[in-house]
Design a protein around this ligand. Structure first.
Ligand SMILES: [Zn+2]
Length: 320
């Protein structure tokens, strides 16, 4: 009798369990808005949108195989005047994280504000910013954009030690956005930060003993580099590489370049070298390319572009 009753109870429990399971399955298949669990989106990675090449490089390093990074600025395009296409706006509405620096690209700043305000990572928030320099704030273009950038110089990535701090911050942010891969993000962020710290050491040693410390550049992108390695930047045009410098500004730069006995005027791959050539003729200097790494280099990556910059600077500034 006892055994009979317990058998019946057992059957009832099994039936109840089966019912509960069936309900749970129904509930799951109905839920369309819940956060996705592991493996529920085939081949699913976290979508990350990067506004500018150095941040794209960083997001790919830190995100690794757990993210799909889309760059808003195509290779070979000067990024400051970027206009966004409707598909790019649509992507911003859906992406899990936008990595950008407020103040570099007015169109991106505006679109992020409107479409991705809750999913943004401003790399410059992670570091001690420099104020926009006099050259940037002058008549050559930055004045009108200054409000958007809150007066900060946005070219943070040209100091690898600051970019290392950004890598760590991005690892934490991706870990929060995609907790299933949190440890992998933090590990890759630490490895990337270590690479950037090594690069910082190379630049510090390589630029320690230069006879000259003044660099005349096309647009004032290099203040972070200059501050970190004790150089002095004299920018021909402001923050916008396309802005034509006034004759008065050119004359002023020529005067300073002569005083500083500058032997090289730096230009950029994505900017017409004409202004730099005129200035070099005036001063009796050579021309060399210093890459602000605002666009993907023709070969190599952020790290190799910065190492090329080091070699270029060492030659131009007579560093032993
Ligand atoms: Zn720039």
């Amino acid at each position: 009798m006892m055994s009979d009753s317990s058998r019946r109870t057992g059957t009832r429990v099994a039936g109840l369990l089966a019912l509960t399971t069936a309900l749970a399955v129904t509930a799951c298949s109905r839920g369309t808005t819940g956060s996705p669990g592991a493996g529920d989106s085939p081949g699913g990675t976290t979508g990350v949108t990067a506004a500018i090449y150095p941040l794209q490089w960083l997001a790919e390093r830190v995100g690794g195989p757990d993210v799909t990074v889309t760059g808003l600025t195509k290779p070979g395009v000067e990024p400051h005047d970027l206009e966004l296409t409707p598909p790019q706006i649509a992507e911003l509405e859906q992406t899990r994280l936008v990595v950008y620096i407020k103040g570099v690209q007015p169109a991106v700043d505006e679109a992020v504000e409107q479409h991705a305000a809750d999913r943004r990572f401003d790399a410059a928030d992670r570091v001690k910013p420099l104020a926009a320099s006099a050259g940037q704030a002058g008549e050559q273009g930055y004045a009108g954009k200054e409000e958007r950038g809150a007066g900060r110089d946005p070219h943070v990535w040209l100091d690898p030690s600051r970019l290392a701090a950004v890598a760590t911050g991005l690892g934490d942010r991706l870990a929060a956005a995609d907790p299933a891969h949190a440890q992998a993000y933090r590990d890759r962020a630490a490895a990337t930060a270590a690479e950037l710290t090594a690069l910082d050491g190379e630049l510090a040693r390589g630029l320690d003993t230069c006879a000259s410390r003044a660099i005349v550049t096309s647009h004032t992108a290099f203040d972070y580099l200059a501050e970190r390695y004790r150089l002095r930047q004299i920018g021909i045009s402001g923050i916008d590489p396309d802005a034509e410098p006034s004759p008065a500004r050119l004359a002023e730069v020529a005067k300073v370049a002569k005083q500083e006995k500058v032997t090289t005027i730096f230009t950029e791959t994505l900017v017409s070298p004409k202004v730099a050539e005129v200035l070099a003729g005036e001063v009796g200097a050579k021309i060399a390319v210093l890459d602000p790494v605002e666009s993907r280099p023709a070969d190599g990556d952020y790290l190799s572009a910065m190492r090329r910059n080091l070699t270029t600077l060492q030659a131009a500034l007579s560093c032993s």
